[in-house]
Design a protein around this ligand. Structure first.
Ligand code: BG6
Length: 466
């Protein structure tokens, strides 16, 4: 459909940017912080999370850069094990003070903090006691959430419970040092995470009725490879298993029927204790965070032993599942330097589908392009591909708003360069270049990229330049 008027963004639109604690902070094993599961990743010849982007020491400078950028919102996560080194019990006062200082700095700069409670970095001590398989982790999470809600009441108005729970279940390799749990165990953990998020949601509504809370899953539209009816069914099934399984529990307090049929068929259905569904029903989010990078394309499974392809799968690269779907290439789309599809229209489709199902305000909590950026001798970084990528995605966000989607903000990934979960430091996402190498730390100096100045202009014009 063509619109006769150009799309516009609401005047209070939250132009933002995102990061997560373990990917930027550094000081992973100092200043009283306990280790998290992420801190055990020690890849050879690739950045680990020990020093990351040293945001712990540069946060004032980083907030000043945000202010200069004109940012309305900053989405970041609190490191659970920096606050509770063992996940529960004794508080690390210095860690708590760090977040007070960061949030004060943001509020003084007029930037809305959008705070994720848990972004992949489960405290190692809890992991060693069974992690999400142990129901006591639910209690630990709720105690941690309760402290955060108490400490930051009146300052933090947007909370996110759990980042990409669906990625932790579908692509668990990066989340589990050592042995990756069986799929059966993962879906039980998933159920426990649902309960943890729901209890935090209920708690915030009691403790701070002015504040809002929602999840931040990685949601993507799934395309059928052809209009063959069997391909349509396969796309619907994978979308239900990958996306709606999570969203339906978050918003409706129900397991999606297509996803549940899959879980039963595969013997993966979790045990549900009496009272669990009531808790899930009583926890309605105020808004939905959406991490979007790229769509997926699938065809019908053949169930011949070859539905799953032998290629590396990450959160955006599907491998297929025997008897469920086959992963397909979408030849109509271009790839990033790191092989992810670029599909701005797919983002509009995704936003429309989510809004159509749930009718809740949406906040894009991640979207961006990981690239091999180059720091020139004069300190400039010419990332025109990032400007192009974001221009195309912002335009589609504008069209989604015109379509009737209540999109309240957009936080690209990422504010500053950070350690990519899969590809270390060479895969850069930031508006701001951080001068460190893959393993060589250098001086960590910050350099605004061309995209930084372009985004500054975009925010100043509320998207009218797009
Ligand atoms: C999301 C995560 O899955 O994608 C981020 O929430 C992550 O933590 C981002 O960094 C990009 O993925 P990657 O593997 O390129 O770092």
């Amino acid at each position: 459909m063509f619109y006769s008027k150009p799309s516009t963004f609401p005047k209070d639109f939250l132009w933002g940017a995102s990061t997560s604690a373990y990917q930027v902070e550094g000081c992973a094993d100092s200043h009283g912080k306990g280790l998290s599961v992420q801190d055990l990743h020690r890849p050879i010849n690739q950045a680990d999370f020990k020093d990351a982007s040293d945001h712990y020491h540069h946060f004032k400078e980083d907030v000043a850069l945000m202010k200069q950028l004109g940012l309305k919102a900053y989405r970041f996560s609190i490191s659970w094990s920096r606050v509770f080194p063992k996940g529960t019990g004794q508080i690390n006062e210095e860690g708590l003070e760090f977040y007070h200082n960061l949030i004060d700095e943001l509020c003084n700069a007029g930037i809305e903090p959008v705070v994720t409670l848990y972004h992949f970095d489960l405290p190692l001590a809890l992991h060693e006691q069974g992690g999400w398989s142990n129901p006591e982790t639910i209690d630990a999470f709720v105690d941690y959430a309760s402290l955060m809600f108490e400490e930051f009441k009146g300052q933090v108005r947007y909370w996110l419970t759990i980042n990409e729970q669906n990625v932790m279940i579908n692509h668990p390799n990066a989340m589990y040092p050592g042995k990756v749990p069986s799929q059966k165990e993962l879906y039980q953990q998933n159920h426990n995470m649902f309960l943890a998020g729901a209890k935090a949601c209920i708690l915030l509504h009691e403790m701070d009725p002015q504040a809002k809370i929602g999840p931040a899953p990685n949601i993507i539209a799934v395309y059928p490879k052809t209009c063959r009816p069997e391909d349509i069914i396969a796309a619907d099934n994978w979308e239900a298993i990958r996306d709606w399984l999570y969203m339906d529990v978050y918003v409706r307090g129900e397991y999606n029927p297509l996803a549940w049929a899959y879980l039963e068929e595969k013997g993966l259905a979790p045990e549900i204790a009496p009272g669990d569904m009531e808790i899930l029903k009583n926890a309605r989010p105020d808004f939905l965070g959406v991490n979007y990078y790229a769509t997926a394309t699938v065809s019908a499974a053949k169930n011949d032993g070859h539905d799953r392809q032998p290629r590396n799968g990450d959160q955006q690269t599907m491998v297929g599942e025997e008897g469920v779907f086959r992963a397909e290439e979408n030849d109509l789309l271009q790839n990033t330097d790191f092989g992810w599809k670029i599909d701005p229209v797919g983002m509009r489709t995704t936003l429309r589908r989510i809004y159509d199902r749930y009718h809740l305000p949406l906040l894009i909590t991640e979207n961006g392009i990981g690239s091999l950026d180059v720091l020139e001798e004069d300190g400039s970084i010419h990332d025109d591909y990032r400007i192009d990528y974001l221009t195309r995605h912002f335009k589609q966000a504008g069209l989604a708003i015109q379509d009737g989607v209540d999109l309240i903000g957009y936080c690209p990934w990422s504010l500053i360069d950070l350690v990519s979960t899969h590809q270390g430091y060479k895969k850069r996402y930031g508006f701001v270049y951080v001068n460190r190498g893959e393993t060589e730390l250098k001086d960590m100096k910050r350099y605004p990229k061309d995209s930084y100045y372009w985004y500054q202009d975009t925010i100043a014009q509320n998207g009218a330049n797009l």
